[in-house]
Structure formats: C-alpha cells, structure tokens
Design a protein around this ligand. Structure first.
Ligand code: RP5
Length: 168
C-alpha cells in the first residue's frame, strides 16, 4: 500500500478494522496497475484530518476518492461535502453494527447536490469500487480501457468454464 504520494485514486477508511475488507479494493486496483493512496480517516473521530484530506486531495493530483466505513458511515458523505472529486462509497459490515444496513443507508442517502456513488455492502462493494474507479480513469486512458475489456472477457470465460464443467 502507498501512503501520501501522488496517486490518482485514494482509498480512505474509517478504521484499521476496515482494512481486511478494503485490502480487496486496493488489490483490485493494483491488478489494473493502479496504485492507491491509502488512509485511515474518520468523519467522527478525526473530523479535522478528514476535512483537510478532502480539501487538499485535488491539488495533490487525486482524481477519485473511494471512502469506506461501517456503522453510521458518514465518511464518504463528509468527504464529498468538501470536494468536487467523484466519491465512491463502500458501506461495511461492523460487528457492533446492524449487519451493514446501517452503513448502507448512511452512505447512500445523500441529500441532492452532494452525490456519493454507493457500492454494495462489504467485499463485493470494495471490489466494485475499484473497478468503477478504473472505469472513470479509463475515460481518458486507452490502456486502462483495454485492461477493462480483458477483465470482462476473462470473467466471462471463467463462468463459461464453470458452466461447461457441470455434469450434462
Ligand atoms: C466506523 O466504525 C469504521 O469505519 C468501522 O467500520 C467502525 C468500527 O470502528 P472500530 O471501532 O473497529 O475502530 O467508523
């Protein structure tokens, strides 16, 4: 993982307890050759640091922020309030929480004017956040567009192989 250097994507999470799920986001980005800045910042526990990060991200060259949190997951929305960079939210399941529904609603139900592109809960959402970030970057990067096409082909091939392996 990369901390605080010029990267196009930042992966921010509310706690180190989120790392075990968000590692799959960072790894998925890496599979496309995209290294991420990774930060632990909390909308509630480190509000000033989170604000400072959002307000300076664009000047540091970051193009997309992926923000993940559990419970009352206000991190993605709080960052989105302080930048016009696209923010992708990943709601996470937390043991002390309500099975992810708490984080999902806290992340997705943004008021009009401040969008957060909210993914599904947990690991699937973490991986999709990475893929969506790559799709956004690919709008201006033909090499990434080719990698996305290959990724889709490989994914299709795997399912076809599983289908073919079933007893007829
Ligand atoms: C959220 O609270 C974090 O994103 C995490 O999912 C949850 C619990 O945090 P810890 O108590 O494990 O630090 O802010």
């Amino acid at each position: 993982m990369v901390s605080e250097r010029t990267t196009l994507v930042a992966v921010v999470m509310g706690s180190d307890s989120d790392l075990k799920v968000m590692d799959s986001c960072v790894e998925q980005l890496r599979e496309f050759g995209v290294e991420a800045t990774v930060r632990i910042l909390s909308a509630h526990r480190t509000p000033q640091r989170a604000t400072e990060f959002a307000e300076t991200a664009e000047a540091k060259g970051i193009k997309i922020i992926i923000a993940a949190a559990g419970m009352a997951a206000h991190l993605a929305g709080a960052l989105a309030a302080r930048t016009t960079l696209p923010v992708i939210g990943v709601p996470l399941v937390c043991e002390a929480g309500l099975g992810g529904m708490d984080a999902l609603l806290s992340t997705v139900q943004m008021p009009p004017g401040v969008p957060v592109a909210t993914m599904g809960v947990g690991k699937a959402g973490a991986k999709n956040a990475a893929i969506l970030a790559v799709e956004i970057l690919a709008l201006e990067d033909s090499a990434l567009r080719r990698k996305l096409a290959e990724f889709r082909q490989l994914q299709e091939q795997k399912v076809r192989e599983k289908d073919a392996s079933l007893p007829q």
